[in-house]
Design a binder for this molecule. Structure first.
Ligand code: M6R
Length: 614
């Protein structure tokens, strides 16, 4: 969604800011803007459209002017919430004096009240946004004279979420940042300081970062970083090392980030497993969980909360916990969780699954679970993200940065982590060491299996041709492959704009089968795992209605080949790891369909990489 960058140091701020803003384009946005401090005034440009358009305007309008050489500024990519993507609504926004510029991620829930109060005092607003209200509020609280005092006072008045960066014409070389529920990362450079809402924007400059805590405020200059709480108490925050470098956030020769990330999966899976499997004891070592065997044995129920692709991983996880740990498990759509009355107790473990660690609905579910006294843990990819911090313990994916909006390597790592977690829980309960060791062998085989699926890229690309012209498609599966059918359909929808439905294969005949005809292809996940025999019947049902079937089968399969229109043969694998093996093929299929349809794969329309609004 929205992205923030800031810079103060010896380099030219416009060029640095725009370069860093480009690294946030993957998050999805619809407008962009920049403000720099020049000789006691502000220069700014903002517009609907791409960062490149902003860069072109900056080149035309600022080259040869003092703005070109400014050493301090902020910039933003906006994903519209309050008001359409127009120049007026793009960030930065300004206070009444026009001397304070602010960029904001998040939503000010009480902005309408604040706006009314400010209007009553003569403030005139130029945009529909909640952000402009915050800029005016800060100005009215005396930011020009006492920035920290004004920020503390504003944080007391605003409700909602914010990550903000501010510059002021009267204070060249200074940036102020604050966060509440929306991430702010400070990059600690050599005589320069950077700001971003996502470390990917600044790793090219430094891998030393400070993640602000909620309600932290910081005043930054090229050589100093002073962090305070919202009560104006100085605090020190740890400088962390980002453990991946700029190459991880670049395409590395692939046509799209999505393809690169699909092909990274053997390594990302290895990274997710590294040092976490103990074959001798037949269990997994997940130190971040910080739970003793006794505490694990005491868990009464696991509740997995997540959205989108992470929800599908949770659906696989539920089956793992039931199967390996004999533990009742539920999967909950995070968006609904707090609007029901979830029955939770301290013996329920709520597991929040989120690649970004910033998804608003998942975060709200975490807070609801905490409120109800449940035990919490997170499965996140982004280190230091809000969900990782608020759950306080959990397992990082270590999958590396995921830039493509369509989640790929995060899904397979989530499934691998859930499998390891269920294994650990199983070993603290009823699972034997021998059974544990056998599962570890299956997990260890995963990177190799995924490599073999990736070798089928061309074959999958050919199969994609039979989907590319369709208007509608179905994906069907059973058991562990049912969530993969949902995930396959989601991947196809989001990047190729082809309408696809994921269904349990048995549910098809309870309604949707009415839609099948020769123009509606069905992708059937029919690997040689429990459920295959029933899948054969379901494939027959589809064929009887004339629907072309692309069957995803295990190599050597003979029966289904005679029924389906096309078969994609995947390597034989243990049932427990089959969701990962099948998911990689589904990712490739969606990718190639989208490519054939000429879609913008890494930044699909209307979508954002992390959904920080409800
Ligand atoms: O960052 P999260 O895992 O919490 O994100 C959840 C969903 O927004 C995300 O998985 C979304 O569905 C992806 N675009 C799917 O590819």
């Amino acid at each position: 969604m929205c992205g923030i960058v800031g810079y103060t140091g010896p380099r030219a701020a416009p060029e640095t800011l725009i370069g860093n803003l480009r690294r946030l384009e993957y998050r999805g946005y619809d407008s962009a803007g920049i403000a720099v401090v020049v000789d006691g005034s502000l220069q700014s440009l903002k517009l609907p459209g791409k960062v490149q358009t902003l860069a072109d305007r900056v080149a035309v309008e600022w080259t040869g002017t003092p703005a070109e050489g400014s050493r301090c500024g902020i910039a933003h990519t906006r994903w519209a919430t309050h008001g359409p993507p127009t120049e007026a609504n793009a960030h930065p926004h300004f206070d009444a004096s026009g001397r304070l510029a602010l960029v904001h991620n998040g939503i000010i829930d009480n902005y309408a009240d604040l706006r009314r109060q400010l209007e009553a005092r003569g403030h005139v607003f130029r945009s529909d946004t909640d952000t402009e209200v915050l800029a005016h509020l800060l100005g009215s609280l005396g930011f020009a004279d006492d920035p920290i005092g004004a920020l503390c006072a504003a944080l007391r008045q605003v409700e909602g979420t914010l990550g903000i960066a501010i510059v002021h014409a009267d204070r060249p070389g200074r940036i102020w940042v604050a966060r509440r529920g929306s991430p702010i990362v400070i990059g600690v450079g050599e005589a320069e300081t950077l700001v971003a809402s996502d470390a990917a924007a600044i790793v090219a400059h430094t891998n030393r970062v400070i993640y602000l805590d909620d309600d932290d405020i910081a005043e930054l200059s090229a050589g100093s970083i002073e962090v305070r709480t919202a009560h104006n108490t100085p605090v020190s925050r740890t400088v962390s090392q980002v453990d991946w470098d700029v190459r991880a956030a670049e395409k590395g020769g692939f046509e799209h980030f999505m393809l690169k990330e699909i092909f990274e999966q053997p390594e990302s899976l290895e990274n997710s497993m590294r040092g976490r499997l103990d074959p001798a004891a037949g269990t997994a070592k997940l130190g971040g969980l910080a739970m003793t065997p006794r505490e694990i044995a005491d868990v009464r129920r696991v509740v997995l909360v997540a959205c989108g692709t992470s929800l599908h991983a949770g659906m696989v996880g539920r089956l793992y916990f039931e199967d390996l740990a004999d533990l009742p498990a539920a999967v909950e759509q995070a968006a609904e969780f707090r609007y029901r009355n979830p029955i939770l107790s301290p013996r329920d473990l709520v597991v929040a699954i989120s690649q970004s660690g910033e998804t608003a609905d998942t975060l709200a579910a975490v807070r609801e679970a905490r409120q109800k006294g449940a035990a919490l843990c997170g499965i996140c990819n982004v280190v230091g993200s809000t969900i990782a911090r608020e759950t306080g313990r959990g397992v990082y994916l270590h999958a590396g940065p995921e830039i493509g909006v369509a989640s790929t390597k995060a899904f397979t790592s989530q499934v691998a982590v859930l499998l390891m977690m269920a294994l650990k829980f199983g070993r603290c309960r009823r699972l034997s060491r021998e059974a544990g060791t056998e599962i570890i062998e299956q997990v260890h085989a995963l990177p190799g299996l995924v490599r073999r699926v990736l070798e089928l890229n061309e074959r999958v690309a050919r199969a994609a041709a039979s989907l590319a012209d369709a208007r509608d498609a179905f994906y069907i599966g059973r058991g562990l492959l049912y969530p993969v059918a949902l995930e396959g359909a989601l991947k196809l929808k989001e990047i190729s704009y082809l309408h696809a439905e994921g269904y349990h294969a048995a549910e098809l005949k309870h309604g949707p089968i009415a839609l099948l005809d020769p123009s509606v292809p069905v992708v059937a996940l029919a690997l040689d795992v429990p459920g295959r025999d029933k899948m054969i019947g379901n494939i027959q049902e589809c064929r009887a209605r004339g629907a072309p079937v692309i069957a995803v089968v295990t190599e050597g399969e003979t029966t289904i080949g005679g029924i389906a229109q096309e078969t994609i043969e995947l390597p034989r694998c243990a049932p427990l790891v089959s969701p990962v093996v099948a998911a990689v093929a589904m990712q490739l299929l969606a990718y190639h369909v989208a490519r054939l349809r000429g879609c913008e794969i890494d930044q699909p329309r209307n979508l954002a990489k992390s959904v920080t609004v409800e």
